[in-house]
Structure formats: C-alpha cells, structure tokens
Design a protein around this ligand. Structure first.
Ligand code: G6P
Length: 364
C-alpha cells in the first residue's frame, strides 16, 4: 500500500507524531504481559562482548544502547560506524554477538560489516525496520523494530523503535547475566511501558518549539550538549538539525566542552542542553553555567525538577515529564526531532528530501 502523508505537511511530521503508536506496537510485541519476547538463541549469559555496528542515526541508537548494555547487564560493549569497522579488520572474541542496526537493512557498509562478522562471532543479530531486507536475511537472528514505513530521509520513528528493541535486549542480557532482580526488571519494564504516554506529552511541546525554532533558524552554529546516555542523543540532535536545516550543528559530551567547543561560544551561539534531572544533572549544569558565563544562549531541555533548580540565566526551557533514568533518551529524542523539523520549516528547506542526502545508502 502507498504510504500517504495523512493530512501532515511532511512525512517527517507524520513520522514524528506516530511515535507513541509505533512504540506501543513494538512494546506489545517485545514485552507482552510480564515476559521478554526475544528468541531463546539470544542468550547473553556467557558472552565476553557485544559489538554494535551501524551508520548515521542507527549508529547513535547503538551509542545509546552501549550505556544500557554496560550499566544494566555488565556486558562489555563495542560500537562503531560500519565504514570504519569493516576496514579496521577488528579482532572479535568468539564468545560474542554482533548486532547490526539499520532502518532500511540495505546500507552497504553495514551489510559488509555483517558479512565480516558472520564467521567470527557466535551470533549475528539484525535490528531492522524492513524485515525482508538483506541485513535481516543474512543475519542469524532478525528483530523487526515495527516502526512501519519511514519515508522522511531524516530518521525519526525508526530511531526510537531501534532504541526500544535495544533496551529490551539489554534487559534480557541483564536477566541472563544475573544482574537484574525480578523487581528491578519489573521496574524497567514498567518504565518502558510508560513511554508512549510520555511521548504524547513531548509532542504537545510542538507550538513552543515552533517559536524557539524561529530564533534558532537565524543561527550559524548550534551546539548540543549531553552527558551519559544523553551524549549520543546530543550527537543525534545535531545530526538531525544539520541534515534538514543546513545549520552547522555539533553534539558534544558536556564534559568535553572545556576541551574545545567553549572557544565557539558567544551571544550568537545557541547551546541546547539535554539534561534530565538524573545523577549526572549537577555535572551538566556546571557545564551549562560555563556557557552562560560566556553569554551563550542556553536552551535547557529537562524535567520539572531540573528546570526549577537550574534554569536561571537560560534563554529558554522545554519541560518534559520525568522518565526513569536509563530510558530518558527515548523520550528526549522527540524534542530534538521537533527542533530540527521546525527550524527547517522556518528556513524553508525541503524537509523530506534534504539536498545531497539519500534515505538509504546502498553504495560505499
Ligand atoms: C542514511 C539516512 C540516515 C540513516 C543512515 C543509515 O544516511 O539518510 O537517516 O540513519 O542512512 O541508514 P539505515 O537504513 O542503515 O538505518
């Protein structure tokens, strides 16, 4: 069936808005009742390492997941972009799984990385949106992300659904490796089940984001900062923005600010800080204050507690509902996507077909 915009101006807007529903579908599939629905062959018990390989937005999903596999399951985790991984000829422990994340399942570099791993690891796992794709067919295990057809070149709903599948994998790894008590598992599952509702709250920020975007669209450069699993989200926020608005944007680990990017800060540079009120919040706030001391324009994206304690001196804030710590990136992806979308709209660029980019890159 042909996919239509269903009343939205752009596929990207439709796909952003669909996230509560498609994430709900993926939740119903992977976490039915109180069970983790993943193949038995995905047994993480004795693994020495997990390797995650992807390109673009899918790589940032892997980068977030690394924090989960390490923290929740104590599983050493390596991540790489496929174009580097394949030529590096990395040694791989025999007791390891290699995971390939790809919306299309056809990205040439990711497919080549999969072929490299096939003979070298215990199991290859595909996390894909297109279930019939090459990467799905050539992997030992294929896990569909169930996002539905994604048309917009800038990936949105595929990203959050990739994160959900990776989060469920991390929970299974935590159980297999004896790191998660039944109570801790139940709390994580409950947290994931709340996400679609929280996403609806995030989507309702669109009008506010539209206003901020008018000012962001005047900027030459924009920085995104995050710590912990919010760091890869800062990278994804910057990627999304540059892809469709053509404004130069960079994501940085908040703690790295003083090692370089702080040199760029002046009144004209918006700095978007992704910082839920978690155990790293105070650290990020001190980086944010370094920006404000140099007259940077801070947009703080946080929850009620974070905004109440740290918004003084900021240019603007966006308030999200509170979300249990490890899974905040799944929610915070939405304001990042909306900021990119509305900034592109303010600039009048072609949101669904940005210049020079392709939805699926099947050549090197
Ligand atoms: C292209 C797309 C990106 C996507 C990347 C990886 O660059 O424009 O949105 O993240 O390819 O694609 P894949 O299909 O492997 O996820």
């Amino acid at each position: 069936a042909r996919v239509e915009k269903a009343g939205y101006k752009h596929f990207m807007a439709k796909e952003i808005a669909e996230q509560p529903v498609v994430l709900g579908d993926a939740l119903a599939h992977y976490l039915p009742e109180d069970r983790i629905n993943l193949p038995e062959t995905l047994d993480f018990t004795d693994l020495d390492r997990l390797t995650l390989v992807a390109c673009g937005t899918a790589f940032y999903a892997c980068s977030v997941a690394k924090y989960w596999f390490e923290q929740i399951a104590g599983l050493p985790c390596e991540i790489d972009v496929a174009s580097e991984f394949r030529y590096r000829e990395p040694p791989l422990p025999a007791k390891s799984f290699a995971v390939f994340v790809s919306q299309s399942g056809e990205t040439a570099d990711t497919l080549a990385a999969l072929r490299y791993c096939r003979e070298r690891v215990e199991r290859t796992v595909a996390v894909v949106n297109v279930a019939t794709s090459s990467i799905a067919r050539e992997s030992d295990v294929a896990l569909p992300i169930l996002a539905g057809v994604e048309v917009g070149v800038a990936s949105t709903k595929a990203f959050t659904c990739q994160l959900l599948v990776l989060a469920v994998m991390a929970l299974k790894a935590g159980v297999d490796r004896g790191r998660l008590t039944p109570d801790a598992l139940a709390a994580h599952v409950e947290a994931l089940r709340h996400l679609p509702g929280l996403m609806n709250a995030a989507l309702s920020l669109a009008p506010q984001i539209g206003k901020l975007a008018e000012q962001l669209s005047q900027a030459q450069d924009i920085l995104f900062l995050g710590r912990g699993s919010m760091y890869p989200l800062a990278l994804e926020g910057a990627l999304k923005l540059k892809e469709i608005s053509y404004i130069h944007a960079e994501g940085y680990a908040a703690g790295e600010l003083k090692h370089g990017p702080i040199a760029l800060i002046d009144r004209t540079v918006p700095v978007i800080v992704l910082a839920p009120h978690d155990r790293l919040f105070d650290k990020t706030v001190s980086n944010m204050q370094e920006v404000m001391a140099r007259h940077g324009k801070v947009l703080l994206i946080s929850d009620a507690r974070g905004i109440a304690s740290a918004s003084e001196g900021s240019w603007a804030t966006l308030k999200l509902p509170e979300v249990p710590e490890p899974f905040a990136p799944i929610l915070y992806a939405l304001p990042a996507q909306l900021l990119a979308y509305h900034t592109a709209i303010a600039k009048g660029t072609d949101v669904d077909q940005p210049r020079n980019l392709a939805k699926s890159v099947t050549v090197e």
